[in-house]
Design a binder for this molecule. Structure first.
Ligand code: PBG
Length: 329
């Protein structure tokens, strides 16, 4: 028992004395294979277009996307999550470019698969907001509300064209009720039993998606609060989790990552499937912006956030720094 004025009998600092000691006792380690690179590919451009709010991230051409995929493989990155950005003229109320077999995302999937085969897990965002002229993740009813069940029919079609293009994993991110089940059925009925579903299980309505809207040229006015979760709620995430698992999710995701580590920890504790976390555009932008001002050490901040996300229970992390970090590990 310790009393004031005596020497401490227990000294946790002993295990922090040298880098080798700290490395040996570290409970959490990052590995390139658990990193997933989100990547944007834009139709109708000759050169990659920088995304102002995400310094270092671009909208790729098909050519530079293939190169990025090859670099990711070389760095040992585990997967790539593809987002398609169609020409503005191709956006419409139904998000038709999202189900066009020759749409930009489908073409990107084909080309990336042709380039890297099975060396990288190729994933696709399964959502309508990149393709709709109103910018919502679903189709609208006569009153202008996002129509859940009409949207499910569109998602089923998207699942099929993305799987036909050769994707290994689809990532439904629209937060419609029943989306995982409908997508699973669509895949199974079209001979794509092996295509996995990474369900965006707990996806919160977040201010940190801001830079992403620029990245995909979204024209959204208003918000997504009628379908994405309220940041105030934790129990709701467990309900979404139970539904996604019952509907056949192979892997589940929590998004954003850093402001929702408690949710991530709860989800990770209670499932028997792999858990992913998405370090999103605003999380990326904050660190880059603060570092550009000389206010924080960029590399240390990146590693610390990724370690924190891993420690909270994520098996896999989607991060725009995936290739860079994988090279350092
Ligand atoms: C929806 C989608 C979004 C992101 C991934 N999928 C945007 C949104 O829900 O508003 C955000 C990713 C990021 O911010 O990095 N298709």
């Amino acid at each position: 028992m310790s009393t004031y004025g005596t020497f401490p009998g227990s000294r946790p600092r002993r295990l922090r004395t040298t880098p080798a000691m700290r490395r040996m006792v570290a409970e959490t380690r990052l590995h390139p294979a658990e990193l997933i690179l989100p990547a944007f590919v834009r139709e109708g451009i000759g050169e990659p277009v920088p995304i102002a709010a995400m310094p270092g991230v671009v909208q790729h051409t098909l050519d530079t996307l293939r190169k990025a995929a090859v670099e990711a493989v070389a760095a040992g990155v585990g997967g790539i999550m593809l987002f398609g950005v169609p020409e503005d003229a191709k956006k419409d109320a139904l998000g038709s470019a999202g189900t066009d077999p020759d749409g930009i995302l489908q073409e990107a999937v084909r080309q990336v698969r042709a380039e890297v085969g099975d060396e990288l897990v190729v994933m696709s965002d399964l959502c309508l907001d990149e393709y709709t002229d109103h910018g919502h993740c679903g189709v609208l009813d006569a009153a202008g509300r996002v129509d859940n069940d009409a949207t499910l029919e569109r998602y089923a079609e998207m699942a099929q064209v993305q799987a036909d293009a050769g994707v290994h994993v689809v990532g439904p991110s629209g937060m419609m009720d029943g989306q995982v089940g409908v997508i699973r059925d669509a895949l199974d009925q079209t001979g794509h039993e092996d295509v996995a579903v990474l369900a965006y299980t707990a996806k919160y309505s977040s201010a940190f998606y801001g830079p992403f809207r620029e990245a995909v040229g979204s024209s959204l006015k208003g918000d997504r609060k009628t379908y994405q979760q309220d940041p105030a709620n934790a129990r709701e995430a467990l309900r979404e989790l139970a539904l996604d698992l019952a509907e056949g999710a192979d892997m589940v995701m929590v998004k954003p990552a850093l402001p929702y580590l408690d949710i991530l920890a709860k989800v990770a504790e209670s499932v028997a499937v792999p858990v992913a976390a998405y370090q999103i555009s605003g999380e990326y932008a904050m660190i880059e912006a603060a570092a550009a001002n000389g206010w924080i050490d960029r590399d240390k901040a990146i590693m610390e956030t990724l370690t924190g996300i891993r420690r909270a229970g994520a098996n896999m992390i989607l991060t725009y720094w995936a290739t860079e970090v994988a090279r350092q590990l």
